[in-house]
Ligand binder design. Sequence first.
Ligand code: HEM
Length: 443
Amino acid sequence: MISTLLLGALLLKLAFQLFKTASDLWLTSHVFRFQQTTTIHKLFGKYGPVVRVSPDKVAFCDADTMRDSYSVQKCEKSSHYKLFTMLTLLDNASHSARRRVFGSHYTAANVARLQPEIHNSALELVKSLELTAAARPVDCLDLLRNFVVDIAVFSTFGHNLGALGKWTTNVPDDLSVAIADFPKMGIVFVAKRIHEVQHQIDTGKEFEIPPLVSRMLQYRQPSTNDALPFEVLVAEGVAHLVAGTETTSTTLSYFLWEISCSSDMMQRLQKEIDTAMPDPRTIPDLSVQNLPYLNAFISEWFRVHGVITGLMERVVPATRNYNLMGYVLPPGTVVGTQSWSIQNSPRVFPSPNRFDPDRWLDGSESGSAERAAHMMPFGLGTRVCTGQQLAQAVIRVALVALVRNFDIRADSSTTKASMRMRHGFAAFPTAGECKLIFFPRTE
Ligand code: HEM
């Protein structure tokens, strides 16, 4: 009670609080209407870079504070995360022990070893579209979920799922459907795969590319030398599939839609990619290719949209107050920012609402450093996205393969209105689909 009063008294300084936030209800009503991100963004415009959005929650929009709270202070995640995934250990100590288990799986070097698998899947995607979908609308959210789930299952369990093949023959893949429908997540699938990998380890299988689960099965906890409990393995397996699949496939769908909106951008991308990839069926090693316009396009997309648009909440530690831009916040206060707002600074990104890949091609060093300091599409600090190297690799390979092989147009049902983002923690199109048409290119 005393700490609540103290919290209230200290937070009283924030002008906005008296107006809006007598309780959590105001914010919650926006969460349920998928409007939290845009509502908070408007508040920054009206009240400045610090707003109190519920009795114990302060949102900010400032790049220095962003670095301080996520990277320097290493504030822990808020209990809000428990609402929607199991991957979200809250306290730093348990998290850093767990992260050590899977950290090495997602390094750039290990992701490079997955390159052949990613290339094969991207070429299978091209073939599927040629076989089944040329010149007829395809829901990319569905198609690309099947494409990404194959890679995610291979990376996590070393198992060839074949979801994309099923999509081609019009048979829904159970796991892909379960991921689209979060509450029915494929726990049974994950548990079965873990037993399978355990069996492979027991029978002495040498993995060419060890799946994530084999690392987790072989990990021993430093204090007890015990293996991770089975329920933790299942929770992590599920979490990595969920965290990696919808995010990546929704991002890719939006990329393709953005390309379909501008023939000028499509032609510039095609010109660059045609040079780097003379044979439409051989994807080059993209880690050594110089593709400045593609890179600029991807950076701009992550800046303007990104799919994780929600407030990345952290808690002021129990041991000290936190001085956030002049406001002294007591322990327990939830603080956070959202990429949607931080990446919209008009000073760093003039006319921030304009989608303009060329802004990334200004070669000045200070310009690029400023831009990088205002980007957080994959989060920041100790809890930065584990899978970002994998996501970036999959996105680049798929884009290159599709843009090299197809001209992409939007179906008449896919419009600015149908693609307007609805903001949960992750964003998704209002219509729940993204129908595009792929026309095979003639040489
Ligand atoms: C375009 C694709 C992706 C985007 C935009 C994205 C974005 C993010 C963001 C913003 C966070 C930090 C959340 C926070 O701090 O509150 C995060 C965390 C995480 N992501 Fe991703 N992600 C993507 C793909 C992936 C993939 C492919 C995987 C794994 C295969 C993955 C696994 C994770 C995990 C495990 C965490 C939690 C990390 C931790 O707490 O230590 N993500 N992601």
